[in-house]
Design a protein around this ligand. Structure first.
Ligand code: SF4
Length: 329
């Protein structure tokens, strides 16, 4: 059977900032020989705002002008219409090519290019121009770098602080697996929120997140709190990948043991037929139930809904986090 691979879904092709031959390369060469899985029709409760408003166009212009990469585009996030209308874009630093090959993720995989030394300043400039009160910075995995990109993260945080001292900074980092001392470098730059996503329950790691280790990720989050208890910690998972409810409840306990403040839970959506299949669509009632249980387990904040994503409403949620911590003390 002829298979149309996802070469037409390259956001850079649409942006016109790369050559046609570059964009025509498969985004996920490691998945080329995987069997196709049908993409299920989305249920009625998954409805999003289409991009295209004047405010969305302004965000798009600033992102392109600075030649920045956003996870909103690279991951094909369903919330891009809503978020960009509010000038809320999540910047993805250290390139558009990831050294891992997770089964759920639409970010291009392969050997990344050298770091752009000007990137921290470019991101800081875009944050200032967008007038963001809260910014989320994420990155691809850079297993090829000795420090996993920790110093680049730190430089980006410092550049934003210098340019926009009132902007609060949330980072969503890779796991820095086997990168001794990397976490300490990032924490020393003092982000306001440190997010690292578990993505799924441990029984699904081998299939969904094969390059990662569940308890390493838990320990990473715990270590952030040990190093600097003032930093809010946050983690997220996708559901609909075949996990059992009890496994999700156990994961909540694991995160609470690591003193994590904020949990996000959203529905997994399949980017292409080569990616992990959606095993089922979790209902809004089930999300509500997860939110209630997680709240009872002691998280400062929980966001659980079909369209919840790590960076969705991050600014509003940061204000809620601060208020919740204040109320507890
Ligand atoms: S939810 Fe996050 S990744 Fe998705 S569009 Fe909004 S800011 Fe971008």
């Amino acid at each position: 059977m002829a298979v149309v691979f996802d070469i037409n879904k390259d956001p850079r092709r649409n942006a016109g900032d790369t050559s046609a031959s570059e964009a025509a390369k498969p985004r996920h060469p490691e998945k080329a020989n995987r069997p196709d899985t049908p993409i299920l029709r989305k249920p009625d409760w998954i409805r999003v705002k289409a991009p295209g408003s004047p405010q969305w166009a302004e965000t798009n212009r600033i992102v392109k002008e600075h030649k920045l990469v956003t996870v909103c585009e690279e991951a094909g996030c369903p919330n891009v219409g809503e978020c960009w209308e509010k000038k809320h874009a999540t910047f993805m630093i250290m390139g558009d090519t990831c050294t891992r090959a997770c089964a759920f993720c639409n970010v291009r995989t392969g050997l990344p290019e050298a770091l752009d030394a000007q990137e921290p300043a470019k991101v800081a400039d875009a944050v200032a121009k967008l007038g963001l009160s809260h910014v989320v910075i994420t990155s691809v995995d850079r297993d090829d770098l000795a420090d996993g990109g920790a110093e680049h993260f730190a430089q980006t945080i410092r550049a934003i602080r210098e340019r926009s001292p009132k902007t609060t900074i949330e980072i969503l980092t890779p796991d820095f697996l086997r990168k001794e001392g990397a976490l300490e470098v990032v924490v020393a730059a003092r982000p306001d929120v440190f997010n690292h996503n578990l993505e799924t329950v441990p029984s699904k790691y081998l299939k969904v997140r094969p390059g990662a280790r569940y308890f390493h990720s838990i320990r990473l989050l715990q270590r952030v709190k040990e190093l600097d208890p003032t930093i809010f910690t946050k983690s997220g998972i996708m559901v609909g990948l075949g996990e059992e409810r009890n496994e999700v409840l156990q994961l909540m306990d694991d995160l609470r043991s690591a003193d994590v403040d904020f949990l996000t839970i959203g529905q997994y959506l399949q980017p292409t037929r080569k990616h992990h299949e959606v095993m089922r669509f979790v209902t809004p009632e089930e999300f509500k139930s997860y939110e209630t249980v997680a709240g009872a387990k002691g998280f400062l904040l929980v966001s659980a809904s079909p369209l919840t994503r790590s960076s969705h409403h991050a600014g509003e949620d940061f204000a809620k986090l601060k208020a919740a911590r204040l109320a507890r003390t």
